[in-house]
Design a protein around this ligand. Structure first.
Ligand code: UDP
Ligand code: MG
Length: 312
């Protein structure tokens, strides 16, 4: 097993994380829960502080603490991808991803491994409650899940990027070549053979959140626009509604016109405004449909993910 931990300027929390994760891993190895070549892989996502030095010195003390330094900051999702790719290439049978700030309960990892040995390919860590999150974070997150559901993207509610995946799932995940990554949306597309473990999210052990509002909005918009072209489709519907409104206005305009108290030019202006507006929107929506198709094709996603085959 390899546990992947993305770190971006995490010098304050890293020593605590390394100590606690090492302790957990040593216990799991001693209990024969995981193989004895299991490792921790810290992915330094282009940190500007002492993060890499800390990882290096930990590696010198304990060889199972490994590191990977990215040349620049590429963001949480890409850092995770880099770590997972490295982990399966190194021969890991399963990969666990978890934030380096210990907000997710590391003590459920053995439970995840148990589920894996029972045959599940994906084990999602799901937050039971969000007591320690601010009101703002809680509401924005919940609104986001609602919008995604409305858009038809299957997400696991209250699950962030704390999960266990078998090497099969990670290898398939690597076939998704898209640049705008939203792992939470892609992983459920790969396999249904999944289980859940529940935990309480705690506060960051040290340091500050590396997800300012700007990055959160970015992630959320990636979540919507990487998975669905529904917003484009909605344009056609909206245009159709406008054309229907123009029909109602036709009645209203004619009524006023025949009663005679209208300013010259009002009737034709009123009508054409709504009608043309509706036509433009439908037109945009149709063009958008094609662009949406191009977009989906350009992603070049795998059409299916083969789990087993008996054909040699
Ligand atoms: N992170 C990263 N690259 C970034 C931003 C964040 O690798 O550009 C890492 C960060 O070090 C942490 C994890 O992603 O391990 C989650 O970030 P954070 O805890 O700041 O997010 P929050 O829990 O506040 O949503
Ligand atoms: Mg955090």
């Amino acid at each position: 097993m390899i546990i992947v931990l993305p770190c971006f300027n995490e010098e304050e929390v890293l020593p605590i994380t390394i100590a606690r994760m090492s302790d957990l891993l040593e216990r799991m190895i001693a209990g024969n829960k995981v193989s004895d070549d299991s490792r921790l892989l810290f992915v330094d996502d282009g940190s500007k502080d002492k993060t890499w030095e800390i990882i290096e010195s930990a590696h010198n003390n304990k060889p199972f603490v490994c590191g990977q330094k990215l040349a620049r900051n590429v963001g949480h999702q890409n850092a995770l991808m880099a770590g997972m790719e490295n982990a399966v290439n190194a021969g890991a049978d399963m990969v666990v991803t978890i934030d380096a700030d210990l907000q997710d309960d590391i003590n459920v990892i053995p439970e995840m491994v148990t589920q894996y040995t029972e045959g599940f390919d994906i084990v999602y860590g799901v937050r039971r409650e969000r007591k320690t999150d601010t009101w703002f974070k809680k509401t924005t997150a919940q609104t986001f899940y609602r919008i995604m559901k409305l858009m038809g993207v299957g997400l696991v509610y209250n699950h962030a990027d704390f999960r266990l995946m078998s090497s099969f799932v990670v290898k398939e995940l690597l076939l998704y070549r898209e640049r705008n990554l939203f792992l939470r949306g892609i992983v459920p597309c790969i396999s249904d053979n999944s289980a859940f473990v529940y935990y309480n999210r705690i506060e960051r052990q040290a340091g500050e959140s590396k997800y300012p509002l700007r990055k959160m909005i970015h992630l959320a918009s990636d979540g919507v626009t990487s998975f669905t072209i529904k917003p484009i489709k909605a344009l056609i519907g909206l245009g159709a509604v406008f054309i229907i409104i123009s029909l109602c206005i036709l009645v209203y305009v004619l009524y006023n016109y025949f009663r005679g108290h209208v300013v010259g030019g009002w009737s034709s202006l009123m009508l054409s405004m709504w009608f043309i507006g509706g036509c433009i929107m439908v037109g945009l929506g149709i063009v958008g449909e094609y662009i949406g198709k191009i977009y989906m094709e350009v992603k070049d996603r795998p059409r299916y993910n083969v789990e087993k085959t008996l054909l040699k």
